[in-house]
Design a protein around this ligand. Structure first.
Ligand SMILES: CC(C)(COP(=O)(O)OP(=O)(O)OC[C@H]1O[C@@H](n2cnc3c(N)ncnc32)[C@H](O)[C@@H]1OP(=O)(O)O)[C@@H](O)C(=O)NCCC(=O)NCCS
Length: 376
């Protein structure tokens, strides 16, 4: 007996040891550890190790993992030349999707799909993706590229390559928390895309490329850009109420609210809300935070009964803005972090693979006569 669930809602399509979500209570765990605890105590590198290995690393294991990741920070010279030739107006997500695919050109064995090889490719892409994003951003602004610094951790190094100066500890920590909180989230659309592609025994680059393509959609990772655009469209806190009420009246969606799985406040939003508040105060952007709080209050009053609450994108927008990131880099930040989750799922899929091949319910007609073209 087959049942049809539009959007595969409620269908279990894979097993994972990585993240667990209680959408009603608003709980997220990675390998059984609460996301709040990881956000406060862990680092992005340690979190990725946890996701890929199902356990927290010992000191020497984390050292080795970090060393390997840093050894991949550099991109081949030919990629730098390639980046210099990309038109300035190209959206960074299109750049990232294309260049992650192109990384396969510089891998002598791009198709190797045993788990050990997949893991090596994954760590290489994880190390190089921030360099691609930072290099493209500087290139489009006509700035000199900044070589990665292998003495620096993932988040510090990215902000250093982007801005040409080392970030403050607060900024680096805030960014790292964003990376931790976005790293994995069950069988979301982009993760599913990665698992579907790798299940054909295609290759890691193809699977990650598909995932980046999925993530850029406004109903998925693209929502954080939508949140920032909305905050910019609302001139003052007094304008929030009419703006939101007008959108709701016209049945428009408010970006950064609602989630297919959470029917309570997204736990990642809670963590990012604290960060956004602090960073907004520190960087003179308190108006953004106050407008966000007001939007949340109105949405609570108007649509909480439908299970619509802030999701991860709502406060990550203010956080990224306060860190100084340009709007169109918000979704690439999500991608850089989620590469950790996608790769973990690719490894899980390869470890116990079965080709994804669902069925479609045919709703068309049968026995339709073929009419010659002149008679149509
Ligand atoms: C994420 C999302 C696609 C999940 O949608 P879903 O599970 O399919 O929810 P539904 O489309 O069934 O919506 C249920 C109800 O809530 C409303 N709703 C859902 N999201 C809403 C939003 N962001 N703003 C206003 N109303 C919303 C719907 O209009 C619908 O109302 P109705 O029953 O009166 O018609 C959706 O909430 C959305 O588009 N959010 C905005 C984009 C976003 O922030 N995405 C990031 C996700 S991490």
């Amino acid at each position: 007996m087959s049942t049809y669930a539009k959007g595969l809602e409620g269908i279990i399509a894979a097993e994972t040891n990585m993240s667990w979500i209680d959408g009603t209570k608003g709980i997220l765990e990675y390998v059984g550890i609460n996301i709040d605890e990881l956000a406060q105590k862990s680092t992005f590198e340690e979190t990725v190790y946890l996701l890929w290995n199902g356990k927290l690393p010992k000191i020497n294991e984390l050292d080795e993992f970090t060393r390997e990741l840093r050894s991949h920070y550099r991109i081949p010279d030919v990629m730098k030349e390639r980046i210099a030739r990309i038109p300035k107006e190209v959206e960074p997500m299109h750049m990232l999707r294309t260049l992650i695919s192109e990384l396969s050109f510089y891998d002598p064995n791009p198709n190797d799909n045993d788990v050990a090889s997949a893991r090596q490719k994954a760590i290489r892409v994880l190390g190089q993706a921030p360099t691609l994003v930072a290099a493209f951003d500087r290139s489009r602004k006509g700035l000199e590229l900044v070589e990665p610094d292998t003495e620096l951790g993932f988040s510090q190094n990215f902000l250093y390559m982007l801005n040409g100066k080392k970030p403050t500890d607060t900024m680096a920590k805030a960014f790292d928390i964003c990376m931790i909180t976005h790293a994995d989230h069950g069988l979301n659309n982009s993760t599913f895309a990665a698992r579907v592609v790798i299940s054909t025994l295609s290759d890691v680059y193809s699977a990650l490329t598909a995932a980046v393509g999925s993530l850029r959609g406004p109903l998925h990772g693209g929502a954080n850009e939508g949140v920032m655009k909305m905050l910019n469209e609302i001139p003052t806190i007094e304008d929030v109420e009419p703006y939101i009420m007008n959108k709701l009246k016209n049945k428009e969606r408010i970006m950064g609210f609602g989630h297919r799985v959470y029917k309570a406040k997204d736990p990642r939003a809670k963590e990012l809300q604290k960060l956004a508040k602090q960073l907004a105060e520190d960087t003179g952007n308190s108006d953004l935070f106050l407008k966000s709080k007001k939007i949340e209050e109105i949405m609570e009053r108007e649509v909480a009964s439908k299970g619509i609450y802030p999701n991860v994108d709502f406060y990550s927008a203010t956080t990224y803005h306060c860190i100084g990131l340009q709007l169109d880099l918000f979704t690439p930040m999500f991608a850089m972090s989620r590469l950790g989750g996608w790769s973990g799922h690719i490894i899980e899929q390869l470890s116990d693979n079965r080709l994804f091949r669902p069925k479609a319910q045919f709703v068309g007609e049968h026995n339709v006569p073929y009419i010659p073209i002149q008679e149509r």
